[in-house]
Design a protein around this ligand. Structure first.
Ligand SMILES: *Cc1c(COP(=O)(O)O)cnc(C)c1O
Length: 375
């Protein structure tokens, strides 16, 4: 009775291959819920693609990826003194590349490492998340002084829109537009800083630039301008989820109950406003169904959609992500832990128990019960 992610394996593989060809130096990112596929499956695909490095989000994700991928493992979360040591997680520390953005963290990492650690030094960007700003020259000097194996600089750039938080579909459209991410100038400016320019001269490994959210054309342009650098695009969403046509999520219909107008239904015993069928479908809050991520309502359209959702909500009609009878069924009440109850109005075709209905989910925040794929 599961929520299933169906993968068109051939089509997905073709997209992964095409993306790897389009992005030389690709570093697949395998983090969180494994973009809906699971970390181990992503690690296996990275291994098959032949890349030399996979990026994980957190130290805790290292063991799952290390099992199925035998190259280097870049940890995107900046090193902090509270983090577990790779060795304590059963992962060979020599395979791990730490991201470091503060001198205090670098000292801690060296003190806790048995051999010279492999590090990527992170420079703060307009993203304003992690990384060194005024401290960058001191960080570069300290890495040399402490004998670290410096493997380049990391620049985490904002998404290409600059406005509302994009939904994946919107992101793809924006990303494929010719105008680009708009971050090339920022990359140029940061790499020209003396501390970072110096890194390029201190060896092939140190000349790597680990970037995110630049497009293929921009990467090619920068590569042309910076022949002494090696660009390493850290890419998750547009790699794993970049061809939505290869992916489909379905939920099994678990039960169906005819109701008359006024019948009390569900945990909350709200009277049904119409006659129809209450459909019980797989997928609930434990899967992430119906849990909306906060959206930055930047555009007028996005704000209008938020208002419309609020009105539906006030009227007790919240549109569910389940596709039934050609439209999206409304929730009877908020989703439960493992199932949701949705309403099919009288007259519409009612799927049978055991049928599968399509569900629109955000892959990065949904934990499916099963991935239907031979990969
Ligand atoms: C998650 C992450 C990425 C990959 O992001 P996508 O949008 O999934 O491609 C790249 N760099 C850093 C630092 C990240 O945390």
């Amino acid at each position: 009775m599961p929520l299933v992610l169906h993968v068109d394996d051939d089509r997905w593989l073709a997209h992964l291959q095409r993306t790897a060809e389009r992005l030389p130096g690709l570093v697949p990112v395998a983090k969180g819920n494994g973009y809906g596929f699971g970390l181990t499956r992503l690690a296996r695909r990275a291994q098959a693609l032949g890349v030399d490095t996979v990026a994980v989000g957190l130290h805790e994700e290292l063991p799952a990826v290390a099992e199925a991928f035998d190259g280097s493992l870049l940890v995107l979360a900046p090193h902090r003194p509270h983090q577990p040591r790779p060795a304590d997680l059963g992962v060979d520390p020599d395979r791990v590349v730490s991201t470091v953005g503060r001198t205090a963290d670098l000292r801690d990492l060296v003190a806790r490492s048995d051999t010279a650690p492999r590090v990527v030094l992170e420079r703060l960007t307009s993203m304003t998340r992690h990384g060194a700003d005024a401290e960058m020259p001191a960080l570069v000097d300290l890495a040399a002084e402490l004998g670290c194996r410096v493997e380049g600089v990391a620049l985490h750039l904002p998404l290409p829109t600059g406005g509302a938080w994009p939904r994946p579909g919107r992101l793809r459209r924006v990303a494929s537009a010719a105008r680009g991410s708009g971050h090339v100038e920022e990359v140029r400016r940061l790499l020209a800083e003396p501390a970072l320019a110096g890194l390029a001269a201190s060896g092939d490994a140190a000349a790597q630039v680990w970037v995110s959210h630049l497009e293929a054309g921009e990467l090619a342009q920068l590569a042309g301008e910076l022949p002494d650098r090696r660009l390493r695009p850290r890419t998750g969403t547009s790699l794993w989820l970049g061809d939505p046509g290869a992916l489909r999520v379905t939920a099994t219909v678990l039960d169906a109950h005819p109701v008359a107008r006024g019948d009390a239904v569900g945990y909350r015993q709200r009277p049904s406003r119409r006659a129809g069928t209450v459909l019980v479908v797989a997928g609930g809050t434990s899967h992430g169904v119906g849990m909306a991520a906060p959206t930055g309502a930047g555009s007028l359209r996005a704000r209008a959609a938020t208002v419309a959702r609020g009105l539906l909500d006030a009227a007790g009609r919240v549109r569910s992500p389940y596709a039934v009878g050609g439209g999206r069924a409304s929730f009877v009440e908020p989703p439960h832990m493992q199932v949701s109850m949705v309403f099919v109005p009288a007259g519409a075709a009612v799927p049978a128990v055991g049928d599968e209905v399509a569900v629109r989910v955000r892959n990065t925040t949904t934990d499916v019960d099963r991935v239907d794929s031979a990969l």
